[in-house]
Design a protein. Structure first.
Length: 266
């Protein structure tokens, strides 16, 4: 899989990816992500040439990205990959443009980088959090944006990451946006993030089956989730039911949720 690196309208390099770690073939989401990354590299190279990035800034970014490895290994597994595929396919189904879909693919890989700056005892505690703990947890969005800004990501990626915890009824954060005021990419990312959390499970909550997860999400249509996005997302998710079931069965994750606790993330 290859993508050109351009600067000032000229091709200055090529990014080549030989294979995926799991040995699976490349898909549409992989192409979109590589194109988005390659586009950013051109801008980064330009800024390096004019000395707008110091070695220290690059070192800080590299260190932050290295710190994210443990969290990303826990959260970006086969189930997350499938949910991301569902998200991208939903975007295409809803006729997002190629640049919009590329921005969404970029956001899907970077939106939770800020979790590296949140104490583990808060990340793994689960609800209910104390007010001061909840305030700290919410800061992961802004920490992610700081890291993404170092990659010179386009403004669309910034908006998607910033608002992916906004609820359709206005009860989310950080701005309390509602309805169509929430960027479409952010509404789609919330769906992918929520489904991933339910299918994977967390230290404080068991994983659930796809059927249970989709039922829970349907109950939150119009409150947490955009009904228009959710309808398309659920249809695409059903197309991946066999793939999800196989992964959960292999990992023995398809267990009912603990009694009295909601399966959906906060």
């Amino acid at each position: 899989l290859s993508a050109p690196v351009t600067r000032d309208g000229r091709v200055v390099g090529v990014v080549n990816v030989a294979s995926r770690l799991a040995g699976r073939p490349f898909g549409v989401r992989d192409r979109l992500l590589l194109q988005a990354i390659a586009a950013r590299l051109g801008h980064v190279l330009e800024r390096v040439v004019v000395h707008q990035h110091s070695n220290r800034e690059f070192g800080d970014l590299a260190q932050a990205l290295r710190k994210s490895v443990a969290i990303r290994r826990a959260r970006h597994d086969d189930l997350a990959e499938i949910c991301h595929d569902i998200c991208i396919e939903t975007a295409r189904r809803m006729h997002l443009t190629e640049p919009e879909t590329m921005s969404l693919a970029f956001a899907l890989q970077t939106y939770d980088l800020g979790l590296t700056g949140i104490p583990d005892d808060i990340i793994y505690k689960g609800p209910p959090l104390e007010p001061e703990e909840w305030e700290i947890l919410q800061q992961h969005v802004h920490l992610s944006l700081q890291l993404i800004s170092s990659l010179d990501a386009p403004g669309e990626v910034h908006d998607i990451v910033l608002h992916h915890h906004e609820h359709y009824d206005g009860t989310g954060y950080p701005r309390g946006l509602s309805g169509e005021d929430i960027p479409l990419g952010a509404r789609l990312l919330m769906l992918a993030d929520s489904l991933t959390a339910m299918l994977q499970g967390r230290p404080y909550r068991r994983a659930v089956t796809l059927e249970q997860a989709l039922g829970e999400m349907q109950q939150r249509a119009g409150s947490q989730f955009c009904p228009r996005c959710l309808t398309n997302f659920l249809d695409e998710a059903q197309r991946h039911a066999e793939r999800i079931g196989a992964v959960q069965h292999a990992r023995n994750l398809a267990l009912p949720p603990p009694a009295g606790r909601s399966a959906a993330p906060a």
